[in-house]
Design a protein. Sequence first.
Length: 196
Amino acid sequence: MIIIMILKNLNSTKIELTKIEEIYKYFIYDFTASDTAKKVNLSRQTINKYYKDFRNSLLNKTQNRFNIKNVEQECIILNSYSFNKINFYYIEDKNNYYFLDIDDSKNKKLFILIEEEIENKLKNHKKANAVKILYNKNRDSYFILGYINSSKNINDYISQRLKKFRGINKNNYKRYIEETFIRYNTNKSHLLNNPF
């Protein structure tokens, strides 16, 4: 079972396997560490240690990174979003959503386009919060097709989820945001029953 795999990476094996399985279930159902601690009668610090390991496994093993060169459709939608004064971008592709990491070298040209042509226009645009972009694979270049208003449920999902984790350290916010996109794109039962 998945818990056995995760246990190999944990420093502590003092807690019963059934208790760890219970913690894992609450992690998948997105309970806060405080709420899980009350339910399983352990300290929040202990739950946070397990959550950190679960989160790291989820992020390391789940293929949820956007790579423009793997996109079948040449047209993508780039959305901008702001949460607690943190601005970031995400891509919509085939009803899935991907956090766009500025540090990912595969998206360097896209971020140059964002910085030079898109960012200010989106900030000043009264109706648009997204931009439709055409990608030319042969030239490895982008062309802006137009600015659009994209009212997606994922924006509410991002806000509701991140508000639960009050006081996210700015050094960790990218991991929480990327995890949010993985959770949105992935069925809970899949996460429960399949090792990541």
